[in-house]
Design a binder for this molecule. Sequence first.
Ligand code: NAD
Length: 475
Amino acid sequence: MSDARSYELFINGKWRAGGSRASLPVVNPATEKVFASVASATVSDLDGALASAERSRKAWSSRAAKDRGEILLAAAKILATKIEAAARDLSAEQGKTVAEAIGEYARAVETLEWNGRHAEELSAQIPLGPNRMIVPEALGVVAAFTPWNYPAVLIARKLGPALAAGCPVILKGAEETPSVAVHIIESLCQAGVPDGVVSLVFGVPVHISRHLLSSSIVKILTFTGSTAVGKQLATLAANNLQRCILELGGHSPVIVCEDADLAKAIPAISEYKFECAGQSCNAPSRILVARSLYEEFLSRMTDAARKIRIGLPDDPATDMGPMANARRIEAMQRLTRDAVERGARIETGGTRLDRPGFYWPPTILSGVPKQARVLHEEPFGPILTVAPFDTLDGAIEEANATEYGLAAYFFTEAADTQRKLTNSLSAGAVSVNYLKGVSADAPYGGIKQSGYGYEGGEQGVRSFQILKMVNGLSS
Ligand code: NAD
């Protein structure tokens, strides 16, 4: 078992310190103090994980899919019993409120359950007619890289379907939030996942990804993180032609049409935007408002942002905690400064809070010139830009004017406008009159520079399978 404050690697069914005994600090973003450490893997640790994954591969993939599903269901049950304590650990490591962390763990449990319930059905042969069928098979060992913003859900969205499909997984958890990977791996092992089928490593990300992806044992790369890192990993994966599932950045627009109900739109945008201090790949970041509503929207949205209560993540009165790390604060400063220098106006927020911790307040910028970086680079923080539009076509053009294509949102009751926007917005997911993220039962994935491949639902499991086409079998 990993000690609560000194997190270890999990290789071949055993918890252990890294071979070099080196460790990395874990910082509480609300205090900026180091309060835990996480082991750092050596090349020999990684080789151990690769060898044990390869050794376990045949037995796991040929085990009845029903058994694999039952193990996932049991793991979900075990994880559900730990949610309160695990959520407090996550909140201390990441900065999200305890309530947000509890909600996130509940979604991770749901994700493991969904994949457990569907493992058998999604591993079954698919008949195509007389003597023809598709036989789904596990593709092989997975290297999974998960980030710190939604560590529980994102681990569950990779491990749940990979294990359901029959693939062993080597998980590199986020070094910033190690407790989450540890709680989930412990639940899986207590539920009966055999030795070698899941391994957990932490360390220097670039060293780990380079080593794992250079191995021909690894057949699939699944990564959630920035577009820049996703491209580096896809380049490495190209050498071995490893299948890639890349969930990358986003810069999501919200179009508020002139018939929109602001009493519905503003709380929905505010709640979704400022969850996890805006560090979500599908958080809205650019709001385009019909000119007739613009002044009223801006004033009411600014009020809503000012009402967000900022504080310690374990205080039940807190709506929004700190950002996860100093890098995010630097990014907020850089993007705000650039926008203001180009002529944008700060409606609220705009400067780091003068208190310990990585606190950046909800920030609304108006009058942002088109060249400003905040309109093109993923903000990944609590910054929103608000701009008026005159025609729907103009709004669509603006909405689609970034290199990202993850999520898009709009508010209108008119059915023809809803259809036009749904068809015209370049995004992997569109939500109408509310804001919604990923769910266990549906595929979710980006287009353009937001990545490729899907997580979630049937497609999430298929991502880890070979669909073997079989013709001519005697009946
Ligand atoms: P980053 O790109 O350095 O790291 C993001 C994640 O990728 C981290 O978990 C990190 O450990 C991992 N990573 C980084 N380099 C890696 C490598 N060479 N091999 C394997 N994994 C690697 O950025 P950051 O400062 O930690 O996070 C900020 C940026 O990351 C944001 O701007 C955002 O675009 C992106 N991000 C996106 C998501 C998402 O849900 N799509 C989640 C977290 C971070």
